[in-house]
Design a protein around this ligand. Structure first.
Ligand SMILES: NC(=O)c1ccc[n+]([C@@H]2O[C@H](COP(=O)([O-])OP(=O)(O)OC[C@H]3O[C@@H](n4cnc5c(N)ncnc54)[C@H](OP(=O)(O)O)[C@@H]3O)[C@@H](O)[C@H]2O)c1
Length: 354
């Protein structure tokens, strides 16, 4: 693999810090690494691959000489830096929702639709952290027996809302034992000792934006625009790793053993499914690992062609940073690190005006 110069935009965040760890673990072929964040973090020193890198301010100048910009900051930063990356001829791999549903931007989970990186025009988006584990579990089964409907209920950790939400869970938990939890700021309600059936704002149809993202992104990644998907996304007081109870309906009946066998062979999936021995995936075991874990696979007794399963993945790794690095590896493997065309600049600029 050729060496590339990279910029990590949002390097001090929950995803950015995980990204730097994975960069090192996977020995990603980065020649020069530039770290940027908000003004608050300028000058901060972060050890990366045995050297101390100094965090710089984020702006178009951050992209000078950069081949790939990994953006995990805010949607506003993504819109600005995505457009700037395209202008500068760098490839932007973006963690936010800013570009995901644009028809000219591939939305990629390499194990599912890695080939889509080939048509990028300067920006590739990674999915929401609740979508990625879902499509990882669904696609291998879908190849054998088309999936017609997915119903998912998620149990999402606070790190999905960033570093501030992790701090808030810690402080509220401590506060609850010391006479009163501090009021919520990063979440709409107290999260310690609670679950919140709301992630992001509600739309007119009663679904939250997070739930709508799960539906639309799943359809795009699986190239199945007509796929029926319904999600209920819930925040739980867990630090890292999102879980989901997933009901899938197939075109034909599928045996739980057959599904177990298919998933066990699928790249990036680990089946942990021996309930009688107390073995099923749980966030405490999955945090810090790379795979999507599937267990409790069983017939859906309410539907002749249905299966039910429990899916868990580290949202900061496979749900964000790892997926972004895997996309870059896919781009380098397929030799399609081409600069963005005019159409992509126009698309990114148009987003800024939306
Ligand atoms: N957390 C997840 O599980 C997850 C999964 C998938 C996608 N994502 C997406 O990844 C992105 C980052 O999420 P996160 O969880 O890492 O959030 P976070 O912990 O809040 O980190 C945000 C990062 O963005 C930087 N930042 C904030 N405002 C900025 C500005 N105006 N200019 C430049 N940098 C700025 C912050 O810098 P300072 O430290 O200086 O404030 C920090 O490095 C978001 O778009 C999120 O939607 C997150």
């Amino acid at each position: 693999m050729r060496e590339v110069n990279i910029a990590v935009i949002g390097a001090t965040g929950a995803v950015g810090m995980e990204f730097l760890r994975i960069l090192e673990e996977r020995q990603f072929p980065a020649d020069h690494i530039r770290l940027t964040a908000s003004q608050r973090s300028v000058g901060k020193r972060i050890p990366v691959r045995g050297q101390e890198l100094v965090v710089q301010a984020t702006g178009p100048e951050s992209l000078e000489g950069v081949d790939i910009a990994f953006i995990s900051a805010t949607s506003r930063v993504s819109l600005e830096m995505g457009a700037a990356a395209v202008e500068a001829g760098a490839l932007a791999i973006d963690d936010s929702s800013a570009f995901r549903m644009r028809p000219d931007v591939p939305l990629v989970v390499p194990e599912v639709n890695g080939e889509d990186v080939e048509w990028h025009q300067g920006i590739i988006a990674i999915p929401n952290c609740a979508t990625t584990p879902l499509v990882m579990a669904a696609q291998p089964l879908h190849r054998h027996n088309p999936v017609s409907r997915i119903v998912a209920s998620t149990y999402q950790s606070v790190s999905g809302a960033g570093g501030a939400a992790m701090t808030e869970l810690r402080e509220q938990t401590r506060g609850a034992f010391q006479g009163g939890a501090p009021p919520p700021q990063a979440q709409p309600h107290q999260i310690a000792f609670n679950v919140i059936p709301r992630i992001d704002d509600f739309g007119p149809d009663g679904y939250t934006k997070e739930e709508t993202k799960v539906r639309e992104e799943t359809r795009k990644i699986m190239h199945s625009p007509g796929l029926a998907v319904a999600a209920t996304c819930v925040r739980v007081p867990v630090y890292v790793s999102h879980s989901a109870a997933v009901h899938m309906e197939f075109q034909h009946p599928m045996d739980a053993d057959e599904a177990r066998g298919i998933l066990a062979e699928a790249p990036g999936i680990t089946v942990v499914d021996a309930p009688e021995e107390g073995l099923y995936p749980m966030p405490v075991d999955v945090g810090g690992t790379d795979d999507v874990y599937v267990g409790r696979i069983r017939k859906d007794t309410s539907h002749p062609n249905g299966l039910v399963m429990w899916v868990v993945a580290d949202n900061l790794r496979k749900g964000a940073a790892l997926n972004a690095i895997q996309i870059a590896e896919e781009v380098l493997k397929r030799d399609c690190l081409k600069p963005g065309g005019k159409a992509a600049v126009a698309a990114a600029s148009q987003s800024l005006n939306d």
